[in-house]
Design a protein around this ligand. Structure first.
Ligand code: CUA
Length: 400
């Protein structure tokens, strides 16, 4: 295959060719029509002639259009090949689509989530997918190619201007499809060489998490995406499923490490076992950094508690519940969390542990279980969002 340096020239030529032929045909037909209308006017030829075929004419009007169309086809085919075939000196970058992020792998093995390319140099992307069909789409470069698992597709481009351009996924691939956004960063050649030479050392944990696409499924703000949020993930009690058996476990260092390396082993209840194993992908160093990050991230619960305090005051909870142990209309919040309380439900009395679940129900539906010795007078706070209720519970937790 020949190495086409400037496919744009070929495309321009093909465009001019097709456009020129179209203009000639348009004017040819229009002029002929006008000519015939005048020449064979009813006044001049009142009796229509009965023409019975003309072999020469038929050959001409078959052969000439066929030649024209074949000419257009070859010009178009040539341009298409020029557009499709990447120049031999293209800079090669591997692209992997996965639910739900893009990964770019450079010749020296480094990986990024955004694409970095030099300006004015042809770049060839070898595209594949780790899981389902995606579609690599850069509107600014007019590139859209499917990313297919088990198959390599390709695209190439030459960025002509420095800047940032959007990358999207153009094939619906699951709940977070719309989040498969990335950027093409077009750098000057100098900047690019510098970037390639830079050590690319990952110091910040969120870069590690980003690199491995963790944020595609795990939030840091407590919201639930595909997997549990990273917020307060360390040392909390979770219900897990192992071989169909359900039990409680503390998400300590060992459990978290195991969950990264063998995520399918103990799946947190309520989530699908969709996470891939990061065994051999995440280095030990990275793994330790991630666990440390989870430990540090605990301070979020404090933030949450502060938020809860505001809600506690705003909603007038303090009108009936003290925080110092004194009893007003309802139980005091002091030392309430994790205590055992006798409650009454439908006239039956029994003991409960005041845990997150109990508090959640008690705030949203206070008339379901009444703590013994108190009246059923608390209004429902079902108007609070789940997040707000969780913040309230965080606040109650710190009132010891
Ligand atoms: Cu990937 Cu849509």
């Amino acid at each position: 295959m020949d190495n086409i340096v400037n496919p744009i020239q070929k495309v321009d030529f093909t465009f001019a060719l097709i456009f020129g032929i179209s203009i000639i045909i348009l004017f040819g037909i229009t002029l002929m029509m006008i000519f015939f209308v005048i020449k064979y006017n009813k006044n001049k030829h009142p009796e229509p002639a009965d023409i019975k075929g003309n072999t020469l004419l038929e050959i001409i009007w078959t052969v000439v259009p066929t030649l024209i169309v074949i000419g257009i086809f070859f010009a178009g085919w040539d341009s298409f090949r020029a557009l499709r075939n990447a120049p031999k000196d293209s800079f090669q970058i591997k692209v992997e689509g996965k639910m739900w992020s893009w990964k770019f792998i450079y010749p020296d093995g480094r990986t990024t989530n955004e694409l970095y390319v030099p300006v004015g140099k042809p770049v060839k992307l070898n595209i594949t997918s780790e899981d389902v069909l995606h579609s690599f789409y850069v509107p600014a470069f007019r590139i859209k190619i499917d990313a297919v698992p088990g198959m390599e597709t390709y695209a190439w481009f030459k960025a002509e201007k420095i800047g940032k351009y959007d990358i999207l996924c153009a094939e619906y691939c699951g709940v977070r499809h719309a989040y498969m956004l990335s950027k093409v960063n077009v750098l000057t050649e100098d900047e690019y060489t510098k970037w390639l030479k830079s050590e690319n050392k990952i110091t910040k944990v969120d870069q590690i998490l980003k690199k491995h696409g963790c944020f595609d499924c795990h939030s840091t703000d407590g919201s639930i995406l595909v997997g549990p949020s990273f917020k307060d993930i360390y040392n909390r009690e979770v219900v897990v499923l192992e071989n169909g058996k359900e039990y409680k476990i503390k998400s300590d260092e060992n459990y978290l490490k195991e969950s990264i390396l063998e995520p399918e082993k103990k799946v947190v209840k309520g989530f699908d076992p969709v996470m891939q194993s990061f065994k051999g992908i995440v280095s030990d160093e990275e793994l330790n950094a991630i666990i440390q990050y989870f430990k540090n991230n605990l301070s979020d619960s404090k933030l949450s508690a502060l938020e809860g305090k505001k809600i506690f005051e705003r909603e007038g909870c303090s009108g009936c519940h003290s925080t110092d142990g004194s009893v007003v209309a309802g139980p005091s919040m002091k030392g309430l969390y994790n205590s055992k309380e006798a409650v009454i439900k439908n006239g039956k009395s029994y003991e409960v542990t005041v845990d997150d679940e109990y508090l959640f129900v008690a705030i949203k539906y206070p008339d379901r279980e009444i703590v013994k010795g108190f009246d059923n007078i608390m209004p429902s706070f079902g108007n609070l969002s789940d997040e707000e209720v969780k913040n309230l519970i965080e606040y109650i937790k710190i009132l010891k």
